[in-house]
Design a protein around this ligand. Structure first.
Ligand SMILES: [Zn+2]
Length: 112
């Protein structure tokens, strides 16, 4: 077994078994049942979680067993500072602005 430091994992490209780039590792996350995952940034507004169980190998890049292992993490973008927040978040984690829940927004747009 070999331990790895954060900086050896974060910022690396994530590729699938066909060497297709899926994103870049951004952070760690852990589940309610204590499992570790990587947060993968796949685009401007898209983040995914990748469980450590689904990592084939970590080398110069992170190899994933299957692309389907990535679970899209929904997020809410702060209108002020553009910080990505959890969908359940009531306030922006960075600037503290009140965030509108997407579902509430939809309801408001709906004509009475
Ligand atoms: Zn903000």
């Amino acid at each position: 077994m070999q331990w790895r430091r954060r900086e050896e994992v974060i910022g690396k490209e994530v590729v699938d078994s066909e060497a297709k780039k899926l994103g870049v590792t951004k952070d760690f996350a852990w589940s309610s049942d204590g499992r570790l995952a990587l947060v993968i940034e796949a685009g401007e507004e898209e983040e995914s979680f990748l469980s450590f169980d689904d990592i084939e190998k970590i080398g110069d890049v992170v190899f994933v067993k299957a692309k389907s292992a990535l679970v899209v993490a929904p997020s809410v973008i702060c209108p002020v500072c553009k910080n990505k927040n959890l969908v359940e978040a009531k306030f922006c984690a960075k600037c503290g602005r009140v965030l509108e829940n997407r579902d509430e927004k939809k309801e408001r747009k709906r004509p009475a």
